[in-house]
Design a protein around this ligand. Structure first.
Ligand SMILES: [Zn+2]
Length: 203
């Protein structure tokens, strides 16, 4: 059995490195303290920044989904494609309590306004990066979970068992679910972002 969260962590680290560079470049393009920030430049550059970050995510998430799918036992033979990912990112997530696509736009607008309004622009770029990092972590895990679930479904698995990490960081709600068996179409959503409980196919 592979650890899908090790794969997710690798994706998160890679995306975070990219995001750090992109935020830094955008800050430079917006003036970086050398001259007064121009509002239209900020709007344009921040819009481009979030479009690029989103594209980075989609590329990396698709690769992650493929690796998780193929590494899951059992799995089918219809590897997640970009349409699969697109559908997932358009869906409301009961874990994050929002839709991925809406949240990208919300974060972009928030950063744009904060940078325009703030005296310390740099601080707002840093804040934007911090929030983006949390967002990427949450969705990387969701993509990994969904790809593993898709692999089970494609392989004809009917029931799954909930398995916690078994350490002392497991929350009460997850602890109570440990070992529970659910029909594959009726699995309760993860109770919180960052939950790394996994599902096991029941024969
Ligand atoms: Zn959990």
């Amino acid at each position: 059995m592979q650890d899908i969260y090790a794969l997710s962590d690798k994706t998160i680290r890679r995306l975070n490195k990219l995001a750090i560079r992109r935020f830094r470049d955008t800050e430079k393009k917006c003036g970086a303290g050398l001259m007064p920030f121009d509002e239209l430049t900020i709007i344009r550059e921040v819009r481009q920044l979030y479009a690029d970050l989103d594209a980075d995510n989609r590329k990396a998430f698709l690769e992650l989904a493929g690796s998780v799918y193929n590494g899951t036992t059992p799995h089918g033979d219809v590897k997640p494609d970009q349409f699969w990912l697109m559908a997932l990112l358009k869906e409301y997530s009961p874990v994050t309590k929002y839709v991925y696509e809406n949240e990208v736009n919300r974060k972009r607008d928030y950063t744009t306004e904060a940078v325009i309004a703030a005296v310390d622009k740099s601080k707002e770029f840093k804040r934007g990066l911090l929030y983006w990092g949390k967002f990427v972590s949450a969705y990387s895990d969701i993509v990994a979970d969904e790809a593993a679930l898709q692999a089970f479904k494609d392989a004809g698995v009917k029931r799954v068992r909930w398995i916690t990490e078994g350490d002392n960081k497991v929350c009460d709600e997850c602890h109570d679910r440990h070992g529970e068996i659910y029909p594959i179409d009726d699995i309760p959503p993860k109770p919180h972002v960052g939950c790394r409980c996994r599902l096991e196919a029941v024969k």
